[in-house]
Design a protein around this ligand. Structure first.
Ligand code: AMP
Length: 148
């Protein structure tokens, strides 16, 4: 994040606020669910992006969908964790942003999602924008404008 004090809200673009790809935990299409659950539990995140072998964004996967998938009638069917892959149950209906999108585009997109993935024109993964980053920036902007 490289935002200067005199930058207006309208000057801010998603690239200024996003967490860049190298700092984002992700899983790959062909990973077994066991690996995805491990990444989610160890990182403490509720969901992470799913990338293909070329690092293009293909979806997201979260703890709840994995636990629902392995929930049988009377027990968790843990054997499914190694039998099934991320691509079998990941969510592919996800919004995306690009680095040049505006602060307002970001604000609208995180109303319904705790984070939104950022991609380039060819679909390669650039990072994520979190609701937290938007709220933190709005709070900062509010205090700066009060002190002007
Ligand atoms: P936060 O606003 O930090 O609570 O993050 C909200 C959600 O964004 C988390 O639950 C994760 O799903 C995702 N997230 C945030 N930071 C990361 C990260 N570094 N790597 C992967 N996912 C993340």
């Amino acid at each position: 994040m490289s935002i200067t004090q005199d930058q207006q809200l309208t000057d801010i673009v998603i690239g200024d606020l996003m967490i860049s790809s190298e700092k984002v935990a992700h899983v790959q299409l062909n990973n077994p669910l066991e690996h995805a659950l491990l990444v989610l539990v160890k990182s403490g995140y509720s969901a992470v992006p799913v990338l293909d072998a070329t690092y293009k964004l293909v979806g997201t996967i979260g703890k709840t969908v994995i636990l629902n998938e392995i929930l049988g009638l009377e027990r968790f069917e843990f054997e499914k964790l190694s039998e099934m892959q991320v691509k079998d149950i990941m969510n592919t209906e996800i919004p995306t942003l690009s680095k040049d999108d505006t602060f307002m585009d970001g604000l609208k997109s995180v109303i319904n999602y705790p984070f939104v993935c950022v991609t380039d024109d060819e679909g390669y993964f650039d990072g994520i924008l979190t609701r937290r980053a938007i709220l933190k920036y709005m709070r900062k902007d509010y205090y700066l404008s009060k002190n002007m």
